[in-house]
Design a protein around this ligand. Structure first.
Ligand code: ADP
Ligand code: ASP
Ligand code: MG
Length: 495
């Protein structure tokens, strides 16, 4: 129902950027379905494709590189075999002979790059972030070649395009940021010829390149971000992110099987959800499309007839209260206590200045008493770097009579309740508190910003599932979704 309604009619085919994730291109059957989805829509729309690596491939590449850099000379050879085998198998099953002749040498080139890089890492016993980016995004090079060839094999003109020729980024290897104006020009120029000839570009997700051409990556899960970067560059009508669930859900379905699909959420809600761990979207996905107000759909490549979730500048909110819940299950709570020598602002300024040097983001922050006590949560993966920074920054104060003490509480989870509609609605935190209390779940810390877009609770990691479930039940999210569906349909009919 929804989707074709939202595509504006400008007297020409709407431009839709479609991004397919790792599970959606996870094997021959899945790639075949992707080709069907693309070819089917290409009759009514101008489709530009962005693809992730086949599921599990990026993890495998990164593991091989790390092992090689520790001097291992064997394991990466097994990975090379598996890499070649998984892609070759798809080519064997789905490509005509002529296409195989084109694509197999290109796949072999990527495998040779892998081999040369790993062999170098094991010799010098090091892998630089720059070299890691080239290696970790080889999966995208291989899947883009395959998807383009499968489309051609079934008579749909398509060509693989390396995003190093499309997306210009800074040189923050491993987590690069696009330079938007240069990307916009480069993307339009690189894709113009193909689009004019009606050839579908199949662009590698996850990677980009610096101005000087060095390959970068956009952070793990970054192909979603690639999709919207390309969408914004081409002034697309919509960006469709195809994944393995029917849309953005009221919570992670792996934690709460009763989770329901949200028909519509706002940009701000999507940003909040993804920042606090909802894996369905890379946290920066919405940023490129915000100014141009391009809608982003989350759709299921396993169930293409389901409309999915539409992420829009401002959503129709039918009910007051919590709309979705997310969680970060591996976090640590750090408590800094400063004696009277250091005022709270000084303590906070020094602490956050030091974290900014490593680009570390905090998950929640509280000032927990009248004393100089600063408490904040970080991702467990960042803990080592955080502690190294803090210990260096407060070295002197710690030596002098413990003027600053640092305590770490490990195994913490942050549970976040989200909705634009909580603003001005009293009693929401009270209900959430009550729901957790009833289940005997202790709240270690709580934070709510004045924007009232989210409320965060720190609980023991062991309690995360129960905590999410308790809040999901308390706010009747399973039932409330039917109401939002009606509201979205009402909004569409009134257009
Ligand atoms: P892709 O490979 O397509 O990028 P991801 O695995 O990165 O897919 O993201 C999809 C997964 O995100 C789903 O399978 C689901 O388990 C997880 N997920 C976490 N939170 C949510 C949520 N609120 N709504 C939908 N999916 C979620
Ligand atoms: N393949 C990359 C990863 O696994 C990017 C992505 O899937 O979005 O992180
Ligand atoms: Mg993903």
């Amino acid at each position: 129902m929804v989707r074709e309604n939202l595509v504006p009619n400008k007297g020409k085919k709407p431009v839709i950027v479609m991004k397919f994730g790792g599970t959606s291109v996870g094997g021959a059957d899945r790639m075949k379905s992707v080709a069907e989805i693309v070819a089917d829509h290409a009759q009514r729309m101008e489709v530009v494709v962005v693809v992730s690596a086949m599921g599990g491939v990026t993890d495998m590449l990164i593991r091989a590189a790390n092992e090689a850099s520790q001097g291992d000379r064997e394991n990466w050879k097994n990975v090379r075999r598996e890499l070649a085998h998984r892609h070759r198998e798809v080519a064997d099953q789905l490509l005509k002979a002529a296409e195989q002749a084109t694509v197999l040498p290109r796949l072999a080139d990527a495998v040779t790059d892998f081999e040369n890089l790993c062999s170098g890492f094991s010799l010098v016993r090091e892998v630089t972030p720059r070299a890691m980016d080239t290696l970790s995004s080889l999966g995208e090079v291989m899947s883009a070649e395959l998807i383009a060839a499968i489309l051609r094999s079934r008579g749909t003109p398509a060509e693989a395009v390396d995003a190093t020729e499309v997306i210009v980024t800074d040189d923050h290897f491993g987590n690069a940021t696009p330079i938007f104006d240069e990307t916009n020009t480069k993307a339009r120029q690189r894709l113009a010829g193909l689009r004019r000839r009606g050839v579908i570009p199949v662009i590698t997700g996850f990677r980009g390149a610096t101005r000087s051409g060095a390959c970068t990556t956009l952070g793990r899960g970054g192909s979603d971000y690639s999709g919207t970067i390309v969408g914004a560059a081409l002034d697309a009508d919509e960006v469709w992110i195809w994944t393995d669930v029917d849309g953005v859900m009221t919570t992670d379905p792996r934690l709460v099987p009763e989770a329901r699909i949200l028909p519509e959420i706002s940009y701000r809600e999507a940003i909040e959800l993804s920042f606090f761990g909802a894996k369905v979207l890379h946290p920066k996905t919405i940023q490129p499309v915000m100014k141009k107000e391009i809608p982003v759909w989350i759709k299921n490549s396993f169930n293409p007839s389901c409309p999915g979730t539409c992420i829009v500048p401002s959503a129709t909110n039918s009910q007051k209260g919590v709309k979705a819940i997310t969680s970060v299950s591996k976090a640590d709570l750090i408590t800094l206590t400063g004696k009277e020598w250091l005022s709270f602002p000084q303590l906070a300024a020094k602490a956050f200045d030091s974290l900014s040097l490593d680009d570390i983001s905090t998950l929640m922050v509280t000032q927990s008493s009248a004393d100089n006590v600063l408490c904040f949560a970080v991702h467990d993966a960042d803990l080592r770097r955080v502690m190294a920074r803090l210990e260096k920054t407060f070295e002197l104060e710690m030596l002098h009579d413990d003027r600053v003490t640092i305590e770490v509480m490990p195994h913490v989870a942050i549970v976040v309740a989200i909705s634009e509609n909580m603003k001005g609605t009293p009693g929401i935190s009270g209900r959430a508190f009550g729901a957790l209390g009833k289940r005997g779940i202790n709240i270690i810390a709580i934070a709510q910003g004045s924007s009232e877009l989210s409320i965060s609770f720190a609980v023991r990691a062991a309690d995360v599932k129960d905590a999410v479930r308790a809040i999901h039940e308390e706010f009747k999210l399973k039932e409330s979704v039917a109401k939002s569906q009606e509201a979205v349909e009402g909004k569409l009919q009134s257009r």
